[in-house]
Design a protein around this ligand. Sequence first.
Ligand code: PLP
Length: 365
Amino acid sequence: MKVKFLDLNWQYLSIKNEIDIAIKNVLNNSIFVGGKCVSDFEETFAKYQHSKYCISVANGTDALEIAIESLNLPSGSEIIVPANTFISTAEAVTRNGHKVIFADISPNNYILDTSLLEHYITPNVKAIIAVHLYGHPCEMDKILSLAQKYNLYVIEDCAQAHGAEFKNYRVGSIGHIAAFSFYPGKNLGAYGDAGAIITNDEVLNRKCRLISNHGRIDKYNHIIEGRNSRLDTIQASILNVKLKHLDSWIERRNQIAKKYISCLKDLPHITLPVISDNIRHSFHLFVIRTTRRDSLQKYLSSLDIETGIHYPKSLPKLEAFSYLNISKKEFIANEMDSKILSLPIGEHMTEDMVDYVIDSLLKFK
Ligand SMILES: *Cc1c(COP(=O)(O)O)cnc(C)c1O
């Protein structure tokens, strides 16, 4: 049996009628940037994330970059970024003229280890980026209380956590500002690049809107020099359709995760993720850990089961960050990257597929 890691074609076919109609409507109206689809999406997505404002942008990296720019931090500020995340989180800091400070992650669930966080805070640190990695929300209460103590901004990177909740609060509505990606493979994905910023702060909303659309308040009336980072109308029409299905997809991901956990918990050579009990996980990824990662991945692949590695190199190890001259031994994240393996999870998986993955793992010698 073939088990794909991600099956966007399956997903498209499951909602083909709605999607085809939505795209056709955009073509018939021939409004390709902005318009009602985009404003509808912003309104619905803000509501979905329990936030006041949503500013749609061209991709998740731009969302992070523009969100940071809107905070107007002194140039050269330091911003805390987890050592295990996608590179965008750090790029957005550097591109704004700030300095990345890597913070270590917890080996239980791979998100920021809040027990270590205070140790990274210097007078130059002005913000923390909380990445809800794999869909597991960060411990936002602890992060917020540290932020209050040291007067820091909290930026949430929600690229993997649409719909996830910490203590009944939707991610992205908890810190000062948040970024989302709708890259096709995310839990809520467009058919190309797309992203959004959300915030409850009116001033930040206005700034992000100005930055992402040439600083304009009217067609040719520009009050600052901004840039072009907008959501295409076709992508917005697709996201409007998919957002209606997102909760059922997250539900399915949680069912699969629950089964993985209950059936694999006694395997001595596999460490399962520890899921906090006060959260709603979005299970963008289901990541296990084993010292025999490479042979396990090969074995699963020989049985037609696709897996992934997120991420093969922790950020401090990447050549891109060699200029920071940080000691690589410092981070737990640096040991994890040779052991982690992402199992297939998603709405495309039938119960037979889930059982097949579990049986295969149980038979691994
Ligand atoms: C995908 C992702 C991004 C970047 O989003 P793009 O839309 O690909 O630019 C940022 N942070 C994390 C954690 C991501 O997974």
